[in-house]
Design a protein around this ligand. Structure first.
Ligand SMILES: Nc1ncnc2c1ncn2[C@@H]1O[C@H](COP(=O)(O)OP(=O)(O)OP(=O)(O)O)[C@@H](O)[C@H]1O
Length: 263
């Protein structure tokens, strides 16, 4: 099997008529973990939502492909079948569907008809992954995310990641609201995925997460595009010094000032 390849080229995305992503470019190959950092409101979550096909985000030009296949032409469920996984900043609750039912249906939706996962195999895998994530067995019988604490929801998303084994995952602020122990467990889950068959884009505000999940590349996003890329040392510098030095280096005005001027 060849190494998967996610390519985002010259992507422009508007929300409610306002252009948020402006000529965004990024390539991730299997085996690579990339991190995107950047000030509030620069379009990081917009990137994630647009790639997953959220109807509010209008792609005005550019392309996104996995292994040469145009993702933007696909329906949302086809994107998941093509191997994309999105962990959201605020996972939603679904009443009436248990975690286990949801996972089994999601796994089977990715498989050919007649090749559904057997119940025994599914349970064996689920038990193994839940143990890895220190999750109580009762979680599999609870309704999806209903009444879960913020940390439990995040842990549950990583369980989905481990069970679905996508080619690429976009993890949007999976560290927000996690206590130190949960952060370590969630990171352990993501690290478990490391292989040349899997690439990952981690959106985060803090280097803290990247102490546990070492990125191969770190990108800084401002004004809807990547303005600087480097290794893990870039995240350390951002943590220590903030973003002003990059704005000064690039001659970028403060976005809040720009926004005020527009208003
Ligand atoms: N659904 C939406 N409706 C209206 N405006 C939106 C929507 N989604 C994003 N925006 C706007 O797009 C811009 C970028 O938002 P986005 O959430 O992508 O930024 P971000 O970099 O993820 O920010 P943060 O670091 O605060 O999470 C903001 O000005 C935001 O108000």
């Amino acid at each position: 099997m060849s190494v998967p390849h996610l390519k985002i080229e010259n992507l422009h995305v508007s929300v409610e008529g306002k252009e948020i992503l402006k000529d965004f470019n990024l390539e991730i190959k299997g085996g690579e973990f990339h991190a995107i950092m950047g000030p509030n409101g620069t379009g990081k979550s917009t990137l994630a939502s647009a790639i997953m096909g959220h109807p509010k985000y209008e792609i005005t030009s550019g392309s996104v492909s996995i292994d040469g296949e145009d993702v933007l032409e696909m329906e949302v469920d086809e994107r998941a079948q093509a191997g994309l996984f999105l962990a959201m900043q605020y996972p939603s609750e679904i009443s009436g569907i248990t975690n286990a039912d949801f996972l089994r249906s999601a796994i089977n939706a990715k498989r050919e008809e007649g090749d559904e996962i057997s119940l025994m195999k599914f349970i064996r895998q689920l038990d193994k992954k839940m143990e890895l994530l220190d999750m109580d067995e009762s979680f599999s019988h609870r309704y999806l995310n209903e009444g879960f604490s913020g940390g439990e929801k995040k842990r549950n998303e990583i369980l989905q990641l481990l069970m679905l084994e996508p080619k690429f995952a976009i993890l949007d602020e999976i560290d927000s609201g996690l206590d130190i122990d949960a952060l370590k467990v969630v990171s352990k889950g993501v690290n478990e995925m490391r292989s040349e068959n899997f690439g990952c884009l981690i959106i985060t505000h803090y280097q803290r997460l990247l102490n546990y999940i070492t990125p191969d590349k770190v990108h800084v996003m401002m004004q809807g595009r990547i303005v600087k890329s480097g290794g893990a040392e870039l995240a350390a510098r951002l943590e220590a010094e903030g973003y002003d030095w990059i704005k000064a280096e690039l001659g970028i005005e403060d976005e809040r000032v720009e926004a005020n001027q527009e208003a």
